[in-house]
Write a protein that binds this ligand. Structure first.
Ligand SMILES: [Zn+2]
Length: 74
């Protein structure tokens, strides 16, 4: 019988199998009034970057988008 420790994989290396029961919705409020929201931060960043490029001719990096991001309160 071999028991393999799961402790060797660092957190964030790959998506874990289990998901959180209640994912938090994150929202970015653009200066133009548009609100973009998603539970997936990576998806939200991509959508904000796309919106900024198409609507405002702005190239935002992921850090800039994260700085604008808020947790949506229900
Ligand atoms: Zn905008």
């Amino acid at each position: 019988m071999i028991l393999r420790s799961r402790g060797r994989d660092g957190p964030g290396a790959a998506a874990p199998a289990q998901e959180q029961e209640a994912p938090m919705t994150k929202v970015v409020r653009c200066a133009c009034g548009l609100h973009l929201r998603d539970t997936d931060e990576t998806q939200l960043i991509a959508r904000v970057q796309q919106h900024a490029r198409e609507a405002h001719d702005l190239d935002l990096n992921a850090e800039q988008v994260r700085a604008m991001m808020e947790i949506e309160q229900e």
